[in-house]
Design a protein around this ligand. Structure first.
Ligand SMILES: [Zn+2]
Length: 67
């Protein structure tokens, strides 16, 4: 026979064990360039700017760039 708990764990005990496992709200910051919501510490997916300069050009690609 496998080991078996001697006593029933109460709902209060269960709740205290899981009290540290709540989810954090998703962090959202605002782009300094286009003021659209974006994830912090990441390049803006709307305008491609990060740290005051353009990192990814969001203009349409030249022909032959995309496969
Ligand atoms: Zn932006």
């Amino acid at each position: 026979m496998p080991p078996h708990p001697k006593k029933k764990r109460s709902y209060g005990k269960k709740g205290r064990r899981w009290s540290h496992s709540q989810l954090d709200p998703v962090a959202i910051s605002t782009c300094a360039q286009c003021h659209s919501p974006k994830p912090p510490h990441q390049v803006c997916p709307t305008c491609g700017y990060y740290g005051g300069r353009e990192v990814i050009s969001m203009t349409p690609e030249e022909p032959g760039q995309e496969s």
